[in-house]
Design a protein around this ligand. Structure first.
Ligand code: GLU
Length: 423
């Protein structure tokens, strides 16, 4: 039977598997299988041609037992309610594993920003904010950027929120421009967090980053900074990178300035040129022989049907949901260390947490302080995960890193729900 690629089914399957391993209370399990609240909105927008177009938006508050819902807003032509539900569940586990005082939420709008001008994107953002304004806030639900949303979009949403609520609450949204009390460190914190995890994981695997090759799928906020930092922070050689149109491979390594130039000039990194560079599809990029593979784009990239051809030692899930449950099992059997998304990419939301803390206290830190805290937090999440994996191994049960991370995250949320009397 073909694998079910519905992201929310996948999120539920992962939860079910972890619940079984950790013998989770049945009532807690039932609560955690569904989002607490789902909002569907229609956003009418007067387009530049004078015609009104109605966009559909979503905001899902998955669980807020440990604090206000937290999670990004995605603008994507293929956005679905189930994708948002899955992403909001993963945010719940992400915030819990990182041990920050947030629950999980997520939002999205079905739209193609590549086919819209700035005025139209602004109108969608403001319409979204108007629909959500009374249901968001620094203590309620705190959005942030995700795929195809930017600090500028966060600024428009914040402006609308402030106009409606009459409260200058800058902590109502994160990933803001620095001029609006965003944090310098938040820009690359998703990738930087991933690099701290990569450093720790490579130590364990006894791999020398300076002698390692890296392939990255994606050239957005996560993928591009992952390139920059794997080179700058760890000295690893990036041999392949891609965007939604395709990728480029060069065994001698790629040059970031030239990649930026190709992207700017032609719209895609696949048009990068050098002596040995060759175009490569996104599928083939995933199958390259390399030390570290970093899917940093979207869901369902490594699946039951291609997991067998993955040829790396360490797989870092910098995207949300890039590896399906069937693929997780195959990779584990093959001995590839596959570190889960809600651990690897948690630097993004931890960075958001630091931005929020500064906004609500009014006490602002320098970027070195921000990055040092991020390092400590991410390293701890990694070590916690490895320790739980080992605890189970010592009891004779082999579990993969994803399950170990789930067990930690679920346990904390379940205990909070219990203390609050939800079951
Ligand atoms: N969209 C990012 C994620 O999936 C960041 C969320 C946030 O900062 O709230 O983790």
């Amino acid at each position: 039977m073909a694998e079910d690629l519905n992201p929310f089914k996948i999120a539920q399957t992962q939860l079910d598997k972890a619940a079984e391993i950790m013998k989770l209370d049945k009532q807690a399990h039932a609560i955690l299988r569904e989002p607490k609240r789902t909002l569907i909105m229609s956003i009418p927008v007067r387009m530049s041609n004078g015609q009104t177009k109605v966009f559909t938006g979503f905001r899902v508050r998955y669980n807020d037992a440990r604090g206000p819902a937290k999670g990004g807003i995605r603008f994507h032509p293929e956005e679905t309610l189930d994708t948002v539900k899955a992403l909001s569940a993963w945010m719940t586990w992400k915030c819990s594993l990182a041990d920050i005082p947030f629950g999980g939420g997520k939002g999205g709008v079905i739209c193609d920003t590549k086919k819209m001008n700035d005025k139209e994107i602004e109108a969608v953002a403001r319409g979204y904010a108007r629909a959500l304004a009374t249901d968001m806030g620094p203590e309620v639900d705190i959005p942030a950027p995700d795929v195809y949303t930017t600090p500028q979009i966060m600024a428009w949403i914040l402006d609308e929120y402030i106009n409606i609520t009459r409260k200058n609450e800058f902590g109502a949204i994160t990933g803001k421009p620095v001029e609006l009390w965003g944090s310098e460190g938040r820009m690359d914190s998703t990738a930087r967090g991933g690099m701290f995890i990569m450093r720790e994981a490579m130590k364990r695997l006894k791999l020398n980053p300076k002698k390692s090759t890296v392939a990255i799928q994606g050239f957005g906020n996560a993928g591009r900074f992952a390139y920059e930092l794997s080179d700058k922070m760890l000295g690893a050689k990036v041999v392949a990178i891609s965007d939604s149109e395709g990728g480029v491979y060069d065994p001698d390594g790629l040059d970031l300035a030239k990649l930026d130039e190709a992207k700017k000039r032609t719209g895609s990194v696949q048009n990068y040129r050098s002596k040995n560079a060759e175009k490569i599809t996104n599928e083939k990029l995933l199958e390259l022989k390399c030390d570290v593979l970093i899917p940093a784009a979207i869901e369902n990239q490594v699946r039951g049907d291609n997991a067998d051809r993955i040829n790396c030692k360490l797989l870092l899930e910098l995207a949300n949901g890039p590896v399906t449950p069937e693929a997780t099992d195959t990779l584990f059997e093959k001995g590839i260390v596959d570190l889960p998304d809600f651990l690897v990419n948690s630097g993004g939301v931890v960075g958001s947490y630091y931005e929020w803390v500064q906004n609500i206290t009014g006490d602002y830190w320098d970027t070195d302080t921000f990055n040092a805290k991020l390092d400590k937090k991410l390293t701890k999440s990694f070590l916690d995960t490895m320790n739980v994996q080992k605890e189970y191994a010592d009891k004779g049960q082999k579990i993969n890193p994803r399950m170990a991370a789930y067990i930690i995250a679920i346990d904390r949320v379940a205990k909070a729900m219990k203390a609050r009397g939800w079951y």
